[in-house]
Ligand binder design. Sequence first.
Ligand code: SF4
Length: 656
Amino acid sequence: MSSIKKAFLKNGLLAKHLPDFVPRHEQVAMAQAVQSAIDSHTDLIVEAGTGVGKTFAYLLPVLSSLAQNKSDGYFKKVVISTGTKALQEQLFYKDLPRLMPLFPEGITMAMLKGRNNYLCIHKFEQFEHTRGTLDAQQLNELVALKQWSVQTDTGDFAEIEQQKGDNSLQQSFTARQEYCSGKACADFERCYLKKARDKAQQADIVIVNHHLYFADIQVKQAGFSSVVDSMDLVVFDEAHQLPNVAQHAFSESISSWHMMYFGQSLLDFSQLLSADTRQLFAAANTLRLQSVELRAYFPAQGDNGLWQDEPLLSSAIDALTNLGSTLAQLKEILLLLRELNDDVAPFLSILEQLELNVGLFLTKPRKGVFSWFQCTKNHVVLRQTPLDIAHLFNDWLANIQTTNVFTSATLSVENNLNYFTRLLGLKDAKELVLNSPFDFQQQSLLYVPRHIPAIEDDRRAQAIAALLLEMTNETLGGCLALFTSYKMLYRVAEILDEQGAGFLIQGQQSKQDILTAFRQKQESILLATASFWEGVDIRGDALSCVMIDKLPFTSPADPKLQGQLLFAQSTQDNIFESLQLPQAVMALKQGAGRLIRHELDRGLLIVCDDRLVTKPYGQSFLASLPNMRRTRCLDKAKQFISRVDVKEKDIEPISN
Ligand code: SF4
């Protein structure tokens, strides 16, 4: 029997040291597969349903392999890349410290955060010299930052947030890319970002998130240590997010906010120079103003779209051409000033990159790439995004030559991993699908109401609000209502409000604060969308019902989908089958996955969308969800949620 298998037994290593450890054969299967992937340098994809214990199932073989290699004198390194900063912290502060004591001392770990988490000492000290008008509160914040900056070893803003709460000034001094000259910076050796990356490069295990993983290449180009380059093994947890993050990472973009910020940085810089900088000041100011104005050439309503509308295109192109001319003028000025001041070089390299990117949007996009825009109230980002990232990701992996483990609770469609492997071009990876060990037949019920009006019917919100109230009246537990659009979310909130019903709603506090209030049962209804479809882990009867307003198909207005549809016209691809349906199935699995988080949980899943049972493609959703009992009868659903157990024979088969 392998040592990994033994460790997960009833009387094995984990049971001896972790009082709450429960052996699960799915966890052993995953741990053995990860061990085998490490030993054979083979990529592995594992879908591990809720409750499998996937984190320990990969951490144990990783630590065991590191310990073995250290004793044999080998030098192996591991990156663990996960979805969010919160999950990074969970791994770094909770999961790894529980397992590390089971192995010989000497394994080191580091957590790397995004650039905006670190103080840019260069910018901060420059600001101190040129300090403009600050109000009393900002002056206090500046003093607090100064005191902290001379004590800190890490430059990680989390330290000052813990000590003194939010500091609004800190945003002005983050180590963000738009200002940073990397190796050319006069303070490079003192740079906290550099120190953090150097430390990460020395560690055996580095915890990053997916965005940082892909940003590694840019950071490396600026002269900082690469983390990914020097690694042997990468574990991608929450790997279902990878295709989106990779598509974003392989895109080119320009942002009006970044250009405005760059213009402002040049204005600040011009005040530091002893030379005549009137020309620099004027051109930097023009760049700042033109960047702000760029937003006006994009629709006031709606936040994103494909860049193919003719009138919009021509006016935006004129604005971009003007921006390009200003950048060219600034370049000439900076080239002259470079002779007088070493600090000019970094601005020049940023400017050259901006010029290149603006140029991209003034020419026809490359084949297989589509242009689109994303607007906020005051700014716009233009992107050129590749439609197919499979070959790009494949080339990337071939280049860095790591062994890769991809895992998540949501990777398969109808127990098949083809969709995920196709998106990322993973041809030779071993595959494993492990269902949740929970007893979904006993613990859960899927209810598809008959009485909710169709998607386009105005009375729909009223019916959803009424159903929510009806269900929360039946249970002491809470109900999480997940919406696919803000419009429906706010409409239902309005109706509940009119009826005097209490509820929590996404956006009224931070996500963590809202979830804490919901866990504490301050209100029994939580209305949410977007980020609440995943990463919400509420156990026990604080959550006894998850309601989903409709099948989560991507909106037809989504520019990335529109780009795919345009491309599909030339390739004759069936985008619904190959993209829209699997995307929606994965999203529904994520949302439904909020319901049963523990073997003692019981919960009702309501999907207010008839298409689940009336359309042929509904089968794909049903076959991908855990094996729940199903009903279309309101009374049966109410009985179940009120904890009167519904016997198997009482559950009518789901039908039209
Ligand atoms: S290298 Fe970049 S982030 Fe670091 S201190 Fe210099 S400008 Fe700031």
